[in-house]
Write a protein that binds this ligand. Structure first.
Ligand code: PLP
Length: 343
């Protein structure tokens, strides 16, 4: 009953098989190998336009590199108050950008609102002494397990574009969002105004594979330089490419995310049926029930792993917890968790 995070799961077998299959004797180093080219091309086909692809080892690096490539002196990055870039990355974006300021916006169920973006832009006209809005960063799926529709993304990027902001999407859980929406990768990203995407693989079946996917290279010049000088040009790039090769082939990545989402839906429905309140709707692979402390203790005693989520105000003797499912979550474990939570 491991619901602590999807990065507690191992790697999927097809991803491991792709690593082994691509363990050839020699290949050109620093991304000049055929497999890196092939994965880049496949991502271009998937997103229905040519893209630049930069592999990174972590999602933090993907986000920070994206920010570095659009950094300007005095720059402000509009993001959400719960965003990973703001709350969980130890100031990596600030470090990579020579101190661009992260501006946390209020959220509704984990999502930034058009009013929030417009409010900050109005409060910081050209020449404001606070700083210069440079980028907008959205998380898809959000930190609360909710998903922006393409229309919602477009509404936000439209306001951002009026002031020439670069629009970034943190897609650590992009696969989960995509299968939840039933949309195409293009519809959720560049067609909705996104310039650059942190495309996650690690949480959904890879073991060390994230990629910065750039739709508008003109808006992010010098990314290639930032990658090298920050130590993210892999000499054996082909092994990151191999993971993506196995991940993307035969829609494997979508299947993995579909399973994770189905497990979350089942958890959410079961907990709601047992009378537990859910803090947010279940739209991807995360569930946020408010549980009484006795239930939490019982679940932990039975071996369940999960984190409490103090961001949600709970009543006396209750606490909100975060349950994250993954491609490796077993339905029997979901059933066991629900049985204990219903007692
Ligand atoms: C997990 C996660 C990341 C990346 O985390 P790393 O530990 O740096 O790989 C980025 N954004 C979000 C929303 C995440 O959940």
């Amino acid at each position: 009953m491991i619901f602590a995070s999807d990065n507690w799961a191992g790697a999927s077998q097809p991803v491991m098989d792709a690593l082994a299959a691509n363990n050839t004797d020699f290949a050109a180093a620093y991304g000049r190998d055929p497999l890196t080219d092939r994965v880049t091309e496949r991502l271009g086909e998937m997103f229905e336009r040519p893209v630049e692809v930069y592999f990174t080892a972590t999602g933090t690096a993907a986000n920070a590199l994206s920010m570095a490539a659009c950094a300007r002196p005095g720059g402000l990055v509009l993001t959400s108050e719960t965003a990973h870039v703001y709350c969980d990355e130890w100031g990596a974006a600030e470090f990579f950008t020579h101190g661009m300021k992260m501006v946390p916006l209020p959220t509704v169920a984990g999502k930034i609102t058009p009013d929030g973006v417009a409010g900050v832009l109005d409060a910081n006209p050209e020449g404001s002494r606070f700083g210069r809005p440079v980028a907008l960063s959205l998380t898809q799926a959000s930190e609360c397990g909710t998903v922006y529709t393409p229309e919602e993304v477009r509404a936000l990027t439209g306001i951002a574009a009026s002031r020439d902001l670069v629009c970034h999407m943190d897609g650590a859980r992009f696969a989960n969002a995509l299968v939840s929406l039933g949309a195409t990768p293009a519809e959720v990203t560049w067609k909705a105004g996104i310039d650059v995407l942190s495309f996650g693989g690690t949480k959904n079946g890879c073991w060390c594979a994230e990629a910065v996917v750039v739709f508008n290279p003109d808006r992010l010049p010098d990314l290639v330089t930032h990658r090298s000088r920050s130590g993210h040009l892999f000499s054996k790039s082909r092994f990151v490419a191999a993971q993506f090769d196995g991940y993307l082939a035969n829609d494997h990545w979508r299947e993995l995310a579909t399973h994770a989402n189905a497990m979350a839906t089942r958890l959410g429905e079961g907990l709601a049926a047992a009378g537990h309140r859910l803090a947010y709707p279940v739209e991807a692979n995360e569930v946020f029930p408010v549980l009484d402390l006795a239930t939490i203790a019982r679940l932990r005693e039975a071996g369940a792993a999960f984190y409490e989520w103090p961001e949600v105000e709970a009543g006396e003797d209750t606490s909100c917890v975060r349950l994250v499912t993954s491609f490796a979550t077993k339905s029997e474990e979901v059933a066991r968790f629900l049985e204990i939570a219903a007692r």
